[in-house]
Design a protein around this ligand. Structure first.
Ligand code: 5GP
Length: 111
């Protein structure tokens, strides 16, 4: 079981900013920007690589929710959505998650 499943199940605390029947969003414990929120599906999907055709609606739903969260968090001037897939990309938690980062200028390309 991943740490994110424990957050979904309320076994460990998190600063939750949004929740519905399909997904959960909460502040990252180690923020890399003034605003750093993670949005995750409640369904246990390990990574982008593990997304199935049946997850299309779920993933689309998450991307419909992201702009609402960004607006609520005051990121009208812009924000970045990032997902790391696999070891080389730096994925450390094997539960699909999208980072929402904002509140400062974002560099490109990322490191
Ligand atoms: P990844 O490196 O897999 O793309 O991102 C995992 C993210 O989860 C990291 O930014 C890390 O700080 C965050 N994280 C890891 N454990 C916890 C936790 O217990 N609570 C919260 N809120 N964030 C966590």
């Amino acid at each position: 079981m991943t740490i994110f499943k424990k957050i979904i199940d309320r076994d460990i605390p998190a600063k939750i900013v949004y929740e519905d029947e399909l997904c959960l969003a909460f502040h990252d414990v180690n923020p890399q920007a003034p605003v750093h929120v993670l949005i995750i599906p409640k369904k246990e999907i390990s990574a982008v690589d593990a997304i199935q055709a049946e997850d299309k609606e779920l993933i689309g739903h998450i991307f419909c929710v992201i702009p609402k969260i960004a607006k609520d968090l005051g990121l009208a001037e812009g924000y970045r959505v990032v997902t790391n897939n696999g070891l080389l990309a730096g994925q450390t938690v094997a539960h699909l998650h999208f980072h929402i980062l904002g509140g400062r200028p974002m560099m490109w390309p990322p490191g």
